[in-house]
Design a protein around this ligand. Structure first.
Ligand code: AMP
Length: 416
């Protein structure tokens, strides 16, 4: 029989919030993590967004914090991106609805005035991105000396984004006696070293959504020349029943271009990436969530950690150069067990990326037949299957030499 939240013996006010949210059973990471965390143990969790990991740490922390409301920062959560931090803040609001804690979220890219005001009034929980947190510590606007619970979320992404020194500085400001939780989507020697420096005899919890998530997602690849991608996109968006669509590009420039192109063609779209102001990003995500815009175009970093449960389709307008990013991207369409669809556009120069992706997910992605199908893209090998060196952008002339009649397609074609 399934374990219910009742079996975890959480504070009744937390149970009340879960009932209100309609959560019935804990997700695997919640089942594995919550009991040890309630006992006060440190934790290392290998899990991605979408597994329910936020509740896995927010619930036990709130449970352990209960009955003391000193309005001093007792819980600190550090997250790599503003969006993720905002979402974790929302989780504290939701799960803590029937408790009396105050929390606030601080991040860079916006003026600090309001954030400082909230801190001055006093909070029990602080969710922060590393840069703004250190800024405000340096300005003596906050202190970490009362922290009892520390969470480092998406540690691998923090390292990718070059936050390692910031993280070390933050850790050096924490009291020695504390409960520490460390989450990362992937494990590497560097991550392991950071975890060891932070944790004391931790419990290990690993959920591997990669395979399960991928299994739930219908994946299709469209071989297409780079210059025909926009027309293919338009055709798909106009003729298929796609409701909420997240499109990925490799570059900020391309994200903008795709959004502009769609708007010109009467499909409401907005782009999010690192060059956009925080307010513009927040607005785009809100418009997407409320259905005001149908399409959100994003780069990998910008999309990390955004929780938008209703995505029906992920479209890889450009394939990622890191195969792991493909899994992250398509995972956005199968949140918490829902089914989703992922379309990938593959031009000749992305052929090698597709090979790496198929190796990683251990399956061949079904090839779609369509008006803009490109045999050149499908059969590209050698140099033609990779982006040309030293050229920027993706509009570059394709080598006809790559076309090999001897190449035997291993994919099954699906006729529409
Ligand atoms: P996370 O991995 O924390 O980003 O959570 C992914 C999504 O799953 C969020 O939209 C949560 O609200 C939702 N969620 C988390 N835990 C549960 C649960 N036990 N039952 C149903 N939904 C959940």
């Amino acid at each position: 029989m399934d374990t219910s939240f009742k079996d975890l013996n959480l504070n009744p006010q937390l149970e009340r919030a879960l009932t209100k949210l309609g959560y019935k059973v804990p997700t695997p990471i919640q089942l594995k993590a919550i009991p040890g965390l309630l006992e006060g143990k440190d934790l290392i969790g290998i899990a991605q967004t979408g597994t329910g990991k936020t509740a896995a740490f927010v619930l036990p922390i709130l449970h352990r914090m209960v009955e003391k409301y000193p309005r001093k920062i007792r819980t600190l959560v550090v997250a790599p991106t503003r969006e993720l931090a905002a979402q974790i803040g929302e989780s504290f609001t939701q799960y803590g609805e029937f408790l009396k804690f105050k929390h606030t979220v601080i991040f860079g890219g916006v003026k600090q005035g309001k954030q400082v005001q909230a801190l001055t009034k006093g909070v029990d929980i602080l969710v922060a991105t590393p840069g703004r947190l250190l800024d405000l510590i340096d300005q003596r606007k906050l202190t970490l000396k009362n922290v009892d619970f520390f969470v480092l979320d998406e540690a691998d992404r923090m390292l990718d984004m070059g936050f390692i020194n910031d993280i070390k500085k933050i850790i050096s400001r924490l009291p020695h006696k504390r409960q520490s939780l460390f989450f990362s989507a992937t494990m590497s020697p560097q991550i392991n070293k950071l975890a060891k420096s932070l944790l004391n005899n931790p419990i290990h919890v690993e959920v591997t959504p990669q395979a399960t998530t991928v299994e739930l997602i219908k994946q299709e690849v469209f071989f297409v020349d780079q210059k025909a991608k926009e027309q293919l996109l338009l055709k798909l968006l106009k003729h298929e029943h796609l409701t909420s669509i997240l499109i990925f590009t490799r570059t900020k420039h391309r994200a903008n271009k795709v959004a502009v192109f769609l708007n010109k063609n009467n499909i409401s779209a907005d782009a999010i990436h690192g060059n956009k102001s925080q307010n513009a990003r927040t607005k785009a995500i809100k418009d997407f969530k409320t259905g005001k815009i149908k399409v959100l175009v994003a780069t990998d970093i910008a999309a990390r950690g955004i929780d938008i449960p209703e995505i029906s389709h992920v479209i890889n307008f450009e394939l990622p150069n890191e195969p792991e990013s493909y899994v992250h991207r398509i995972g956005r369409t199968a949140r918490a067990g829902a089914k989703g669809t992922a379309f990938s556009f593959c031009a000749a120069e992305e052929r090698s990326y597709l090979h790496s992706i198929e190796r990683l997910i251990k399956q061949n992605i079904e090839v779609m037949d369509h008006t803009f199908h490109s045999e050149t893209a499908k059969n590209a090998v050698g140099a033609a299957a990779k982006p040309a060196p030293k050229q920027r952008g993706s509009f570059r002339s394709k080598s006809k030499k790559s076309f090999s009649k001897k190449f035997k397609p291993k994919h099954r074609f699906k006729r529409r």
